[in-house]
Design a binder for this molecule. Sequence first.
Ligand SMILES: [Zn+2]
Length: 274
Amino acid sequence: MRHITRKTLIFLISAVLFMAGCAPLPAAVPSPSPSPTSTPAPPPTHTPTSTTAPQLSASPTSVPTKDPLSLLPVPPRFENSDEGERVYFGDAYKQLPEADTVDEIIVPELIIIHTDGQTANLPRDWNTDSTYHGLGEWYSVHFAVSQYDILQMLPMYPDGVLHGSGAAPQFNDQGEWVTYNNRSIHIEMSGHDYNALIAGWASPEMAEAIQKTTDITTDLVVSLMWFYQIDPANVLGHYQIGRGKADPGNLYFEQYFIPQLQEKWESFQRKLQP
Ligand SMILES: [Zn+2]
C-alpha cells in the first residue's frame, strides 16, 4: 500500500512538472530502488582493435588432467557385484574361507606388512598358494605376495575392505586390550628370514627372491596408500604392533623396505604433478 501511494505521488509530481514543461516524461520516472540494469554502460574506451579470439590457456578446464588410477603401479580393477562395486588389485583373486574373517567392512588406516614363514627350503619355491593354505583357521589377510605374483584373498570395495585377522589382538604397554585388525590391510610376503638380506648371509637366490618380492609389495603398498588415503607413516611391520613378533624383520624393514617405499611414493607424487 505504501509502495502504491509513493508511486502515485511521484507520478502526480511528475505530471505537474511535465505540465510545467521542465520534467522528463512520466515513463522515465526513476525506480524507487536502484537496480543493476539501470546503471549506464561504461564508455567503450577499451575496445580491442584486434580481431583475434581471447586466449583460453589460463582456463583451468583446458589443462589436461592426469588419471591417478592409471598411473598407480598396481592399478585397481573394478567389478559390480550384488553387494556393490568390488575392487581388485594384483594378478589373481582367491577368497579365504568365511570362517577366518569378521563379517564387517572396515575403513583401512594402516597397512601391516608380514612374512608368512613358509618353510620351503629353496626361495624359488616361496609362493602365494602356500601363503593361502598356510594361514590356518584363525588368520586371514588381504594379500599374499611372492616374487612371481600378487594374490588378493579378501573382498575390497572403493570405501573399505573386509575385516581381516592378520595380527592377534593383545594387551598393549598400557594394559589395554587392542586389535589393529579393525583398521588394517594385511599383506603377507612369502618366505622367511628377510633380515638375511641386510645381515649379509642371504644366498644369491634368497636375495633375489626377497628383492623381487619387496619390489612387487612396495608397488602394491603405494597403490593402496593412494587409493585408501593411508599415510606413509601408517605402513608398519608386524613386529612393531605385535608383541613377540619379528616379521618381516626389523633390519630389513627399516633399512630396505621403508626407504624403497618412500622413494616410490615420492616418485608417484611427482607423476601426479601437472
Ligand atoms: Zn605377521
